[in-house]
Design a protein around this ligand. Structure first.
Ligand code: ADP
Ligand code: MG
Length: 257
C-alpha cells in the first residue's frame, strides 16, 4: 500500500463559543488517506464534513489528537494543502487570470512568470480565451474550473474539495466529474471530496467515509468495488446498485435518529 499522506490520530474537536464549549463534533477519530487515493466524505447537512476540512487546513485546531501531513505531525498547517471551500471564493473584481494567479502571487512568483505558467494550463481547464473575463461572465462549471486551477496551483499533493459540484445542473455536474477524474490521474494528486450525492461519491471514489450524527465516534468506511477508468453505466451494475441502496439507507437513518 502507498504511504499515508494524511492521518488523523485520536482526533477530538468541538467549537468554542463565547458562552460555553459546544457539543463535540468528533471524538477520538482515526483515519489514513494514502498517496494518490480519491476518498469521498458523505453525510447529512451539519454532520461535520466541512469541519474535518477546516481541521486539515489548520483553520481549526483539534482539542485532542494529532494531524499528520506527508508523514509528519504538523501543528501549523495553513497553506500546506490545496483547499477549495464550499462557496467559490473567486474575487469578482479580479479577472480570471488574476484570480488564478493568487496562489502564485502569495508564493512571491513574478507576475510575468505566473502568467506564462497559467496560460499554459488554461486549455486543459477549458478556460482558453476567458483569461480577461470576470467571474460574473462565466458559467457555474467554468467558475469551478477556475477554483480548481487555483487549488492545483497551490502546489500541494493533497487537495480538499468541499461540495464543488453541488450547485451545478445534472449534465454539467457529470461532465465535471469526468473531467475531475482526468485531472486527478494527470496531476497524480490525493483528493478528499465532500458531497451529499451518493452517485457522485460512488462514481469518483476509491473509498467513501460515511459520517454519523454528531458526535462522530467512528468513521464508517466502504471501498468502491469498481476499477478505473469508469463509465457512468458502471453505476448500474447490480453490486453497485445494492451498495447505493445500502448507503442511502444508512444516511437516512442518521438523519432520523
Ligand atoms: P457539514 O459540512 O457536514 O454540513 P459543518 O462541518 O459545517 O457540517 O458543521 C458541523 C456542525 O458544527 C454544525 O452543527 C454547525 O452548525 C457547527 N458549526 C460549523 N461551523 C461552526 C462555527 N464556526 N462555530 C460554531 N459551530 C459551528
Ligand atoms: Mg459543509
Amino acid at each position: 500500500m502507498k504511504p499515508a499522506v494524511l492521518e488523523f490520530k485520536n482526533i477530538s474537536f468541538h467549537y468554542r463559543s463565547d458562552q460555553a464549549d459546544q457539543d463535540p463534533i468528533l471524538e477520538n477519530i482515526n483515519f489514513q488517506i494514502h498517496d494518490g487515493e480519491f476518498v469521498s466524505i458523505i453525510g447529512s447537512s451539519g454532520s461535520g464534513k466541512s469541519t474535518i476540512f477546516r481541521l486539515i487546513t489548520g483553520l481549526e485546531q483539534p482539542s485532542q489528537g494529532e494531524i499528520h501531513l506527508n508523514g509528519d505531525m504538523k501543528k501549523e498547517r495553513l497553506g500546506q494543502v490545496g483547499y477549495m471551500p464550499q462557496q467559490d471564493l473567486l474575487m469578482p473584481w479580479r479577472t480570471i487570470m488574476d484570480n488564478a494567479m493568487l496562489p502564485l502571487e502569495i508564493k512571491g512568483i513574478r507576475k510575468e512568470e505566473a502568467q506564462t505558467e497559467i496560460s499554459e494550463l488554461l486549455g486543459d481547464f477549458g478556460l482558453e480565451g476567458v483569461e480577461n473575463a470576470y467571474p460574473g461572465d462565466l458559467s457555474g462549471g467554468m467558475k469551478q474550473r477556475v477554483s480548481f486551477l487555483r487549488t492545483i496551483l497551490s502546489g500541494s499533493n493533497i487537495l480538499l474539495l468541499d461540495e464543488p459540484f453541488s450547485a451545478l445542473d445534472a449534465i454539467t455536474r457529470f461532465t465535471m466529474q469526468e473531467w475531475l477524474l482526468e485531472q486527478w490521474v494527470k496531476w497524480k494528486k490525493t483528493i478528499l471530496f465532500i458531497t451529499h450525492d451518493v452517485d457522485e461519491a460512488l462514481f469518483l471514489s476509491d473509498r467513501i467515509f460515511i459520517l454519523q450524527k454528531n458526535p462522530i465516534l467512528t468513521l464508517e468506511e466502504i471501498k468502491v468495488p469498481l476499477g478505473r477508468p469508469r463509465r457512468i453505466r458502471d453505476l448500474s451494475q447490480p453490486e453497485i446498485a445494492l451498495l447505493k441502496e445500502n448507503l442511502m439507507n444508512r444516511l437516512r437513518q442518521k438523519v432520523s435518529v
